[in-house]
Design a protein around this ligand. Sequence first.
Ligand code: ATP
Length: 289
Amino acid sequence: MSGPAVVLELADVHAGYRQFKSLFGVSLTVHEGEAVALIGPNGAGKTTVARVASGLLTPTAGTVSVGGTDFTGKPAQVFARAGIAHAPEGRSVFASLNVEENLTLPFRRCFGRAGLPAALERAYELFPRLGERRKQQAGSLSGGEQRMLTLAGVLVLEPKVLIADELSLGLAPIITTEIYGVLERILASGTALLLVEQHIDMALRVAGEVVVLERGKVLHRGQPSREEILTSVFGTTEVESWAPQRRCRSRCTAPSATWSSSRARCRRPTPARSSSRSATAASAGATST
Ligand code: ATP
């Protein structure tokens, strides 16, 4: 009996930026209706994988296939037309337009004038906060609401795969939970997910398959526990909160430190193998505003 079809596949992908090599033989597979989490420390290459998977970056070697067809080297619009949606890291909204205008642009292009009202209603049903703020300028929305706006713009198009980069970054836990609740609904309705995530607990909640990336290589894949992930990346499970949303900038200058509310003091992950693992976050959303 054959299982779910493969919708997205990276096979032995090498990629980088000019002379700088970021990925060294990365392979991963996303099946229909499956959620795959891509986890790893800062600079591991997660965003680069997301860019390759959505056609924004062409690999220097290896292949990217969509629905069994080789898409290597094709432009991002071709990936998008084949149902690969990419929600980049950061806030990619038109700040001077209001919520509804931001949604109208992609929806009218896809559904035409006649399909626009239904598409807007679907967006507001997924994210009621956006419905309440439909006339508010997008630039004045909170970070979490802007993230919802970005997601609504692609989710209503019912992509085959949503590639979401660092959704929880900088968000309050309650907003992260709300967004992940929507992702679970989307997953249940058939859209596969490739989630780039540093928030291990959120990723493990949704994903059936976890790919741990380190220094551009796949370190683990499968269903590792939280402890196994922490041990493989940091060499210790003594990391209180490996979630990036509450960086303790004022109290500690360590780039990888996170604020642990449970102990109310700064906890700094102690990399066991190399200090290069605590590189500062690279902001890579090319279309972010
Ligand atoms: P983070 O969690 O900090 O966002 P990441 O795991 O997503 O990190 P990438 O953003 O994919 O990692 O970066 C992988 C490597 O590629 C890093 O060493 C980074 O400095 C480098 N890199 C990323 N974008 C570029 C770019 N536009 N030009 C040059 N190097 C880049």
